[in-house]
Design a protein around this ligand. Sequence first.
Ligand code: AMP
Length: 491
Amino acid sequence: MNFADLGLSPEVLNAVEDSGYDTPTPIQEKAIPYVLMGRDVLGTAQTGTGKTASFTLPMIDILASGQAKARMPRSLILEPTRELAAQVADNFEKYGKYSNLSMALLIGGVSFSDQEAKLDKGVDVLIATPGRLLDHFERGKVLLNGVKTLVIDEADRMMDMGFIPDVERIVSLMPPLRQTLFFSATMSKEMRKLADKFLQNPKEVAVAPPTSTAATVTQGMVTVGKMEKRPALRKMLAHEDVKTAFIFCNRKKDVDILLGSLIKHGFNAGALHGDMSQSHRMETLDKFKNGEISLLVCSDVAARGIDVNSVSHVFNFDVPFHAEDYIHRIGRTGRAGQEGHAYTLTTRSDDKFLDAIYKLIGREIPPIKIDGMEDIAAEAAEIAEREKRISGKDKSAGRGGRGRSERGGRSRSRAPKEAREEAEVNEAPREKESAKAPSNDDVKSSKKPQKAAPKPRRGRHDRDDDDAPVVGLGENVPAFFKIPFKKTASK
Ligand code: AMP
């Protein structure tokens, strides 16, 4: 089958041809004809399957006739993260280049006024994260009763991130007579129940989730002690022919710490996680895409679905808590038949997670040898020694509170699910916070640090002993420490 058989217009077909695609992917083949018919679609497909084009291409044709009214978008695409929303917007531009459609992107962290100006003119397509959309709605800047086509993308991730109540509210603001396309990487009972609320007599389309990893990706695993992870990663980076790499951590705070360490050791690295400002995230991603940054340290949520070509390596600094994330992560390399490498650092306590990964991918990850492991052991011993010294000093400082080294130990021993939630839920409140932001001032709302965002660790990156634990109370300062002293009037 080719694209011309799917019933798409010449304008869209030309844009597809310019993109260099000659054959529709399975999800495109299955979904596009039904979307063009106006049917609701319940799609099970992950990022990387060509899912975005499976709804954007037919939507461009559906929207070709009709006129946008001020503040009343004709279609809406909901995405869980800003990066995914921005990526879908890029896709819309790419595939819609011969169609005269207007589009607005409503995501947290970017100027309200630009977004409002677009809404005022009237848009055919609105691409938004739920929090920012509700924010605009509450300010009276957008009305949803003109939406005739709704896409709820990455619904399972929306659920993980606690966005479902927002999505339900958004849907309640739309006319019941509309076309709804609902996509999720997984289709659990819960997902189906949710889909039932939004869809009418949907056509189900599914492409098997990749349970195997691409044959073009060479996988390997190195088992180290906890203290050996950073030196081991450096060794791998030094010995491998790394052009560009994603380095995944399970927790946002570790993304920051690892970034500091890599920069200090002279690596050209950047980071991507949910506590960064939107402009900083976009800037970092652009730098990574155009090769200015070669290593991108990131969390799963921030990197989900991010489409960068020719990534030579993926490193799992932490074994992911969810086996499917292993497939998502390593799918960032070895794309489009290119060669890729995915290496995972494991510690003894990761066995449970490794077993789940093996079960999912149907094979074990082969252990690999890194040259110079002996030095790593020596470096790790030095780090452990330094840690002991520092934590000793910390205790003798007599604060009686929890030092960071202790805090590190505590968080490591926490249930992984909890830690995972911490990693993910922390991404979510940004959207929620912005939804609550009372200010009309875009400069303020985009630049003012969000109240709930953890403070950056000052001076951390300047330290010589960057592998040592962070000393002090860190983000765990008890509230009463922060109460300013009131001078009592001297008599
Ligand atoms: P997605 O699953 O939408 O994130 O798409 C994953 C990647 O596949 C993106 O880089 C798309 O540009 C690309 N892509 C989408 N459709 C096709 C196609 N029919 N042939 C080749 N590549 C495609």
